[in-house]
Write a protein that binds this ligand. Structure first.
Ligand code: SF4
Ligand code: SF4
Length: 168
């Protein structure tokens, strides 16, 4: 494996520069064995995420909006000492297309010095990001390409996959 790329500015630029290549690789991955691909992704994720310190990065929390369930809204409203209605009005955005509610604001209001100040109560979407431990990687490739520019774990996993599949 090549040394990991950790410089977030370089990752952003490289992801932009490689956008066409990344879409070609996406099309290629649609044709490979799905279970084998998941195995590769899970192994790479375990290895690479173990070598990247999220508490020194926090880039997902500055660039994305996590989705939140009703229960999570109740928990966050409680933390803020707000009624659910008032918290929702101030801090939640509803996306009609996706049918989901999201925490408004970039960076996230709970991010401080690259760390989550509500870590124990963070939404499930935050816990799951960047979703590489999940199965059916091939069905989530649109999001993966976007996340390459945001998350060093995703960027490095995607680049390693290109090497494993000898993609040019
Ligand atoms: S709630 Fe915490 S983990 Fe989730 S985006 Fe905000 S700072 Fe990041
Ligand atoms: S999940 Fe990715 S973007 Fe978020 S803090 Fe960890 S390395 Fe950074």
């Amino acid at each position: 494996m090549k040394p990991l790329e950790l410089d977030i500015q370089k990752i952003k630029l490289e992801s932009e520069r490689r956008r066409d290549e990344n879409f070609r690789f996406r099309a290629f991955l649609k044709g490979v064995n799905e279970n084998k691909l998941d195995r590769h992704v899970h192994e790479l994720n375990e290895d690479i995420s173990g070598r990247i310190d999220c508490t020194a990065c926090g880039n997902c929390c500055t660039s994305m909006y996590p989705s939140v369930s009703s229960k999570e809204i109740r928990i966050l409203a409680n933390i803020e000492n707000e009624s659910e209605e008032s918290f929702t009005e101030k801090f939640i955005e509803y996306d009609k297309t996706e049918g989901l509610r999201f925490l408004k604001g970039k960076p996230c209001r709970y991010l401080s010095d690259c760390k989550c100040t509500i870590y124990e109560n963070r939404p499930e979407d935050c816990r799951s990001f960047p979703y590489l431990h999940k199965s059916k990687f091939a069905s989530r490739l649109w999001g993966v390409i976007d996340n390459c520019a945001v998350c060093p774990i995703v960027y490095n996993v995607y680049e390693e996959l290109k090497r494993i599949y000898r993609f040019r």
